[in-house]
Design a protein around this ligand. Structure first.
Ligand SMILES: Nc1nc2c(ncn2[C@@H]2O[C@H](COP(=O)(O)OP(=O)(O)OP(=O)(O)O)[C@@H](O)[C@H]2O)c(=O)[nH]1
Ligand SMILES: [Mg+2]
Length: 318
């Protein structure tokens, strides 16, 4: 299951208590304090891990607590520090303070990390302070984690248009491909290597008219193309499912606009797919007349013009 939003509660470790102890001397009046400090409580740290793609791990792990610091000991022994707890999330995760909705950090870089709750300081032992102190409480916070995948290119299209076929022929991603709609139910990221360059491409579940208001799988996955630099519209030029390819193109643009106007400002490439089919060839002229802008004819099946598409992407990404 693809999970892209979760609420969690994190609590850093409490500092260890300072120790109260005295060096044993026969004359009680002369005895000297020698209690050591408590250890620091563990922090809770969130880290962007490129090997992780969803927030699924937090479905059942919603309360996270870091260990406390150890108590100080006699002979000025400092307690051990509580170990930090690392939570791994996919790059592209917004860490948000759920109480005031402020963004704590937008974790975009690989291995980027943020301390979301600091461990409490250990209490001073009586060697440094007249009375040994208790450790300080660790910080705690309610967080909302919100994943928006980061890819260079986002594939947008109706179900069955061939988005997954495209990503599987240009990257190592191997999503399920089938002749029925909504085969893809969760976003998939693929890494494309071409001309000694590399870019990331995201395949999201198919959109249908009314997606912005919840039809089909709705707008749930559109968030994952918000951060892409380029969009690629994948159109079934053969109209295998009985729709007109030009209608598909205008509907898709409209859905994106209704979802978020800024998506319309992104550069895009139009891929008219399935050109190997006779019906697609028959539709070329009308498609050209109706949409009045450049498009590329491709076939994921025969790999026609796929390299040209990749060259264009590399060119646009700069
Ligand atoms: N003839 C032909 N069939 C294609 C081509 N590209 C994809 N298909 C077929 O179209 C069907 C749908 O392909 P998918 O790649 O699963 O389509 P999708 O856009 O990912 O579909 P959803 O995941 O449902 O949104 C499959 O049966 C593919 O084999 C093509 O270039 N030519
Ligand atoms: Mg698919």
């Amino acid at each position: 299951m693809f999970i892209d939003e979760v609420d969690i509660y994190v609590q850093a470790g409490t500092g260890g208590s300072g120790c109260k102890s005295f060096r044993h001397i026969r004359d009680a009046k002369k005895r000297k304090p020698n209690g050591g400090d408590g250890g620091q409580g563990g922090h809770v740290i969130i880290k962007a891990d490129p090997g992780i793609y969803t927030l699924r791990e937090f479905r059942y792990k919603k309360n996270i607590k870091a260990p406390s610091g150890g108590r100080g000991g006699s002979n000025n022994k400092t307690g051990r520090d509580g170990e930090d707890v690392y939570l791994s999330v996919p790059p592209g995760t917004f860490v948000i303070n759920a109480d005031n909705s402020l963004i704590v950090r937008d974790l975009t870089y690989i291995n980027e990390e943020v301390i979301v709750a600091r461990g409490g300081r250990g209490g001073r032992g009586n060697i440094r302070h007249e009375n040994a102190e208790p450790g300080k409480l660790g910080e705690s916070i309610h967080l909302h984690l919100d994943l928006k995948l980061i890819a260079d290119v986002g594939l947008v299209g109706f179900p069955n248009a061939g988005k997954s076929s495209l990503i599987s022929c240009i990257s190592k991603a191997k999503p399920k491909i089938a002749a029925y709609p909504f085969t893809t139910k969760a976003p998939i990221l693929g890494i494309v290597e071409f001309d000694e360059k590399e870019f990331k491409i995201a395949d999201i579940p198919g959109l249908i008219e009314g997606a912005h208001s919840g039809s089909g799988l709705g707008d749930r996955f559109l968030r994952h193309i918000e951060r892409t630099r380029i969009l690629a519209f994948v159109i079934d030029l053969a109209g295998v499912d009985g729709r007109k390819p030009w209608d598909d193109f205008f509907s898709l643009k409209n859905e994106l606009m209704l979802y978020n106007k800024e998506l319309n400002d992104k550069p895009y490439i139009i891929l008219a797919n399935k050109i190997d089919l006779v019906a697609a060839k028959e539709n070329v002229k009308v498609f050209k007349d109706k949409i009045e802008e450049p498009f590329s004819m491709i076939s994921c099946k025969d790999k026609t013009n796929i390299d040209k598409f990749l060259k264009r992407v590399i060119g646009l990404l700069g």
